[in-house]
Ligand binder design. Structure first.
Ligand code: NAI
Length: 249
């Protein structure tokens, strides 16, 4: 099966590192042009931009804070001005600010909800009129198995990730008749920078749970993302698919 996304235009949030970078590169290798969104300075995107160009695709970096509604609107407009259209949205950028509920500050709660949930709304809201109009589009939201099962010390993160599942299913219902597929991927523990900051105890507890006994790689998430964006995945919408090596069965 060959996945062909030739000349489609994909926005990938949090595209500079980890899962987002792997998704951006995989989409580019299938022929898509990539708009990388991240809040890091442009220099951080240089290596990835080079790889995308070497794959024969075009890349545009737009430094954006995803929690900022007007900034997101502007970023989507810039993407359309540059490439003429947008076909794919990958909502991926996320953070964690962990703490048990009796110690969690209002700032920790608000920051995670603003980025991990409102940031996804902001981009979905910004592309929806266009997807509706052009009668096509793919949205993939990166959630987490902790949005399905909850996690000790992550009430804010798990609440935001569960919220993404509600967002995914609602928008799938709203945009389905316009030929727009909206799905969520729920990764288990994946080897990225985010995970490197995790407590080693948390990491070894996760390894205990993973039935395949190996850590997930960003490419494991990218492979499914590419499929969901392809014509081969056209009859899948409103789904939440775990990619976790059996961590949460
Ligand atoms: P990462 O920390 O390696 O990369 C996240 C990227 O998003 C960074 O480049 C960062 O600058 C960007 N970003 C963060 N907040 C932003 C904001 N407000 N505005 C713009 N850009 C922002 O993280 P990783 O591990 O690649 O995670 C990606 C997604 O996958 C996140 O939504 C995360 O919650 C989810 N996930 C990750 C898992 C893991 O084990 N790594 C497990 C389950 C879900």
């Amino acid at each position: 099966m060959k996945i062909d996304l030739k000349d489609q235009v994909a926005i990938v949030t949090g595209g500079v590192s980890g899962i987002g970078a792997a998704i951006a590169l995989s989409l580019a290798r299938c022929g898509a042009h990539i708009v990388i969104i991240d809040r890091k300075a442009v220099e951080a995107s240089a290596a990835l931009m080079k790889l995308i160009t070497e794959a024969g695709s075009k890349a545009l970096y737009i430094r954006t804070e995803i929690a900022d509604f007007p900034a997101v609107d502007k970023a989507v407009l810039s993407a359309v001005e540059h490439f003429g259209r947008v076909d794919i949205l990958i909502n991926n950028a996320g953070i964690n600010r962990d703490g048990v509920i009796w110690k969690m500050t209002e700032e920790q709660w608000d920051e995670v909800i603003q980025v991990n949930l409102k940031g996804y709304f902001n981009f979905t809201r910004a592309v929806s009129p266009m997807f509706r109009e052009q009668k096509s589009g793919k949205i993939v939201n990166i959630t987490s198995i902790n949005g399905l099962r909850g996690k000790f010390g992550q009430a804010n993160y798990s609440a935001a990730k569960a919220g993404i599942i509600g967002l995914t299913k609602s928008v799938a219902k709203e945009l389905g008749k316009y030929n727009v597929n909206v799905n969520a991927i729920a990764p288990g523990l994946i080897e990225t920078d985010m995970m490197k900051t995790a407590d080693p105890v948390v990491r070894s507890a996760a390894m205990e749970e993973i039935v395949l006994k190996r850590l997930g790689q960003p490419e494991d998430i990218a492979n499914l993302t590419v499929f969901l964006c392809s014509v081969q995945g056209r009859h899948i919408t409103g789904e939440v698919i775990k990619v976790d090596g059996g961590q949460y069965i």
